[in-house]
Design a binder for this molecule. Structure first.
Ligand code: DAK
Length: 270
């Protein structure tokens, strides 16, 4: 059965839309929407966000997803008000990581489109996505150190893999903020666009991805994610299996036939 839960589920802290795409699959768009607190990520917001990502992932009409915030803030971090009084035991009982970890299980590409602040958990949420596009004025940082804690949603690991030890060390231990240009030069960002077009440009790429054969896109993502957690030898074996698998898809037959017949392929996503 088609999953369209994202169209009906009640939600308080995010706005959800499906963006039509004349050529291919649609784009699932999630806008973080807690403007009074610069989109601080509270427990409820994270739950809504992850449930919506999962619903888009199950929906065969969606090819790619975009998470964005407002012009002023992608997200200024986890909600400090929710953590201020919490003890270790309380945090363990909450087990918020269980929600965050579900992002890693999403099979379709997820793009972060960042303007304004992407701090702490906000930067970590962007890094949990598959690509990060940013507005020129965006600001990135891991300021947890200034609150007496450290990044808790994968920041020390994902940032270090993305930009290397010495830069991640500076960013996390000083808690400083960095411009989009600095983060692009460091290798964290896919691209940087002017402030007034960053979201349109992100959607353009999301549509481009949604026009590709969905099964091949999914298996390509799976292989790239595997590269994080394995040796090169095992990763290459994993890639080879997925490569062989695609030879039994209808889209492989169509893609190669269309090339030979000098026409555009018509994907069935099977
Ligand atoms: N949490 C709660 N409220 C926040 C917030 C946050 N992270 N960031 C901003 N706000 C609120 C402010 O308190 C203020 O509320 P009112 O005073 O108006 O009621 C409103 O948003 C506007 O903020 P400002 O007045 O401060 O605005 P400015 O433009 O002057 O400054 C700023 C913007 C982004 C520089 C500043 O707001 C700021 O420094 N914010 C805090 C940034 C920060 O430290 N972020 C890291 C938070 S710790 C976990 C997963 C992840 C994490 C933890 C656990 N698990 C899965 C368990 C992550 C931890 C973090 O992210």
């Amino acid at each position: 059965m088609e999953n369209k839960l994202h169209l009906t589920m009640p939600r308080k802290h995010i706005l959800v839309t499906e963006i039509e795409n004349p050529v291919g699959l649609k784009v699932g768009m999630i806008q973080l929407n807690r403007p009074d607190v610069l989109n601080a990520l509270n427990i409820e917001l994270m739950k809504e966000l992850v449930e919506t990502l999962e619903s888009f992932d199950m929906d065969s009409e969606i090819g790619c997803m975009v998470i964005t915030g407002s012009q002023k803030a992608f997200a200024a971090g986890a909600d400090i008000n929710e953590m201020a009084e919490a003890s270790t035991v309380e945090m363990i009982k909450r087990d918020q990581f269980a929600t965050w970890d579900r992002i890693m299980k999403i099979k379709k590409p997820v793009i972060a489109s960042v303007s304004g602040y992407a701090l702490g958990g906000g930067c970590e949420l962007a890094m949990s996505c598959d690509m990060i596009f940013a507005a020129e004025g965006a600001k990135f940082g891991q300021p947890e150190i200034n609150l007496g804690i450290i990044p808790g949603a994968g920041g020390t690991q994902r940032l270090t893999r993305a930009i290397g030890k010495v830069r991640a060390m500076e960013m996390i231990i000083t808690g400083k903020m960095y411009s989009a240009k600095e983060m692009f030069d460091a290798g964290l960002l896919t691209a940087v666009f002017a402030d007034d077009v960053y979201l349109d440009e992100t959607i353009k790429v999301a549509k481009e991805i949604s026009n590709k054969p969905a099964i091949a896109v999914q298996l390509a993502k799976e292989c790239i994610m595997k590269a994080y957690n394995t040796t090169i030898e095992d990763g290459i074996q994993f890639e080879r299996r997925n490569f062989y698998l695609l030879f039994s898809s209808e889209d492989k037959i169509e893609g190669m036939k269309a090339f030979i017949e000098k026409r555009k392929p018509v994907w069935k996503n099977k």
